[in-house]
Design a protein around this ligand. Structure first.
Ligand code: PHE
Length: 368
């Protein structure tokens, strides 16, 4: 019995198993305890031999139990220490705050400049109806300009079986696209507020295009200025004034190129003189031109679609690429990196969160 009990104690794998053995050996109804109860029925001689032997056995079992308990506790502690191990000699991580993305910074800067020129901020949905994105802007379904836009069309839910009996393939909802430009905000703003108006509409736009200066999602600022006698001269002055304030560099050279948009007549595209020498993008020098905006006088058909009478009102519109402006102003050569969320890039090109751009306090901020 002694050997059996000692071996069981030594083999106990955890505290629970050990407790079961303790109860079965030296508990009130345990094996050893029951044997000790038999002492009363023995002869004095037998008792003189068996008594001390049983007491010694009980002591030995108890000692073995407590030794095994200590061992198990030590093993448990060892496990825990291994699990909670921490290398306090590792280098610490410096406390950092987040930074403002160049696109957000440039949007803020542009809003500040245009606010000063009397433009309010308007908004429209990124998931736009086909009609607002194209038709209302003088691009009927068969218009070739639709192809140039590399449009993302929204998936249309299949007509469900019950309604299929109506033999209609049209579910009654207008087709939707991810807006390919911010120009549909012109329509929405005119419909809601009429003329005269002077607004900009910054926001995201989408086209299936991807290279060093194109990403499938990018940002534009739409401008719309309608009044009784707004002319191309106002447009040109406004854009030159904007670029002067925005780039804060002497000798920013703009090039107005005759162009075509279905929703403006006449139309122009504006390029900025720049240089890509050594993979670095710089403005004010060089022999290259980077297109930053499209503009023109709002087409009478567009005014009509917006509910504005073209016999009483006229004006200009422009759409400029925020991401391109950010690349030029801050010398960032690849547009794709803007949206790859690489921390080193964000740290390098990001801006300090609390430096809000203002005309009086300065527009651009040093990189953090
Ligand atoms: N919507 C045009 C584009 O994305 C830009 C534009 C806006 C041109 C307003 C003229 C007037 O290319």
């Amino acid at each position: 019995m002694r050997n059996r009990l000692l071996r069981a104690i030594a083999d106990a794998g955890d505290m629970d198993a050990l407790e079961v053995i303790r109860v079965s050996a030296v508990g009130r109804r345990g094996e050893v305890s029951l044997r000790m109860r038999e002492l009363g029925r023995m002869t004095p001689d037998e008792r003189r031999l068996a008594g001390p032997a049983l007491n010694a056995l009980k002591d030995e079992i108890n000692r073995a139990l407590s030794e095994r308990q200590d061992q198990l506790a030590a093993v448990a502690l060892e496990d825990r220490l291994r699990g909670e191990w921490l290398d306090v000699t590792m280098p610490g991580r410096a406390r950092r705050s987040g930074s403002i993305h160049p696109v957000s910074q440039v949007t803020e800067e542009a809003i500040v400049i245009f606010s000063d020129l009397g433009f309010a901020v308007a908004e429209g949905p990124q998931i736009e109806t086909d009609w607002h994105n194209f038709d209302a802007l003088n691009m009927p379904p068969e218009h070739p300009a639709r192809q140039e836009h590399d449009t993302f069309y929204m998936h249309r839910e299949p007509v469900n079986a019950e309604n299929a009996a109506d033999a209609s393939t049209d579910d009654g909802r207008p087709p939707h696209v991810l807006r390919t430009h911010t120009s549909p905000v012109q329509i929405r703003h005119m419909q809601a507020h009429g003329a005269p108006c002077r607004v900009i509409a910054p926001g995201r736009v989408y086209r299936a295009d991807y290279d060093q200066t194109h990403t499938p999602m990018f940002h534009q600022i739409e401008g719309l200025c309608i009044d009784r006698d707004i002319s191309m001269a106002h447009l040109k002055w406004t854009l030159e004034e904007f670029c002067r304030s925005f780039f804060e560099v002497d000798g920013v050279e703009l090039r107005f190129r005759a162009s075509h948009f279905p929703f403006t007549e006449p139309s122009a595209e504006v390029d900025i003189r720049c240089s890509w020498a050594g993979g670095r993008l710089q403005i004010g020098t060089g022999d290259d031109w980077l297109e930053i905006l499209g503009c023109g006088m709002v087409h009478p058909g567009v005014l009509t679609a917006g509910g504005v009478d073209p016999d009483c009102w006229q004006g200009f519109a422009f759409g400029l690429g925020i991401d391109r402006l950010a690349m030029l102003k801050y010398g960032i050569p690849d547009l794709r990196a803007f949206f790859e969320c690489q921390l080193p890039w964000l740290r390098h090109y990001g801006f300090r969160p609390l430096d809000v751009p203002s005309l009086s306090g300065g527009l651009s901020r040093p990189h953090r």
